[in-house]
Design a protein. Sequence first.
Length: 368
Amino acid sequence: MMYSLAVVPLQLDDLAVSIKSAIYGEVRFVKINWIVGKGEKFMPLPLAEGLTLGVQTIHRRTEPSTKPWIPTLDDGRDVVELVDQLGFDSIWVGDHLAFAVPILDPVVQLAQAAVFSTRLKIGTAVFLQPLRHPGPTAKQIATLDLLSNGRFIFGLGVGGEFESDFSVAGVPIVERGSRLSESIEVMRKLWSGQRVSHSGRHFQFENIQMEPAPCQLSGPPIWLGGRSDPALRRAARMADGWMSYVVTPDTYRESLDKIQVEYDRSGRSIEQFVSAHLLFARLDKDYETALNAAVKSLSVRYNMDFRRAAERYCALGTAEQIAQSLQKFYEAGARYIILDLVGPYEERLDHLAAFADEVLPLIGEMMP
């Protein structure tokens, strides 16, 4: 049974409060493990109770690829329809301008996906907004949100791992954080549908009205990526959710704790804050076989030796091993997992089907 999460200010003394919950009717009140000064009011992050799963894929060459990669309409339709039929909640794409492997534009891919499935949510994990001016982005995203009937989730990040993205965009990489923060402010103004002005460090305009407004009131939900302390503070103060990747469950929990502190300081009050994680996964007959496949795939994708990272950050092995990895992230506070199923491009439909058949039932048994 699912419960709604009530957000209530707590008046606490100087002590550490362990996680406790009490159910009154259909509402669960939760106290979270925090040290709060005497007399201070504490507002916990309003996290969801259950676990939701999405998939990151569509038109992206996975590695190793044994044939020349030419994206086709049928390829896109096949994967989107399968993700829909298997019961996942959403489908996601990444974003790079110049990458180690071929990659397509995220907004165009998602526009196509919104036609192939009228149920799935669609999202970016993540869109590198600092590479772009927020005005044209605001128009693109408003259009996508309207044409998908309000199913779009706008995952945003600063990027920076690949300097080539910033070189081709002509944007100083050192400005990526400030550009992202200001872009969010600009886009939300433009999505209001009202006449607005802006005068900031990077962007300026006066008396602009952008119509039509997005389908979702005030624009699509913004989930911010990032692992650094500035990124976590930005998520707490500006976003509707946070998504991480290449972190351990322990690091995830620590990062969510930092977001909680900054959220409480900010004085914000939102209905729900989404705690998401992008997780590389490989289902196989055993851990070593899955690890080798993941290393081979991800080393080509990121143009580096990915073995140590795969051992530390990926969910690998049998269905039971992967389900246990997902449970650890759930226990760390993740409530939305975006699965990136790694391996050869030609195997991805079979991999998806096997994951749904073998792993999803185990997750259902493990989750409260």
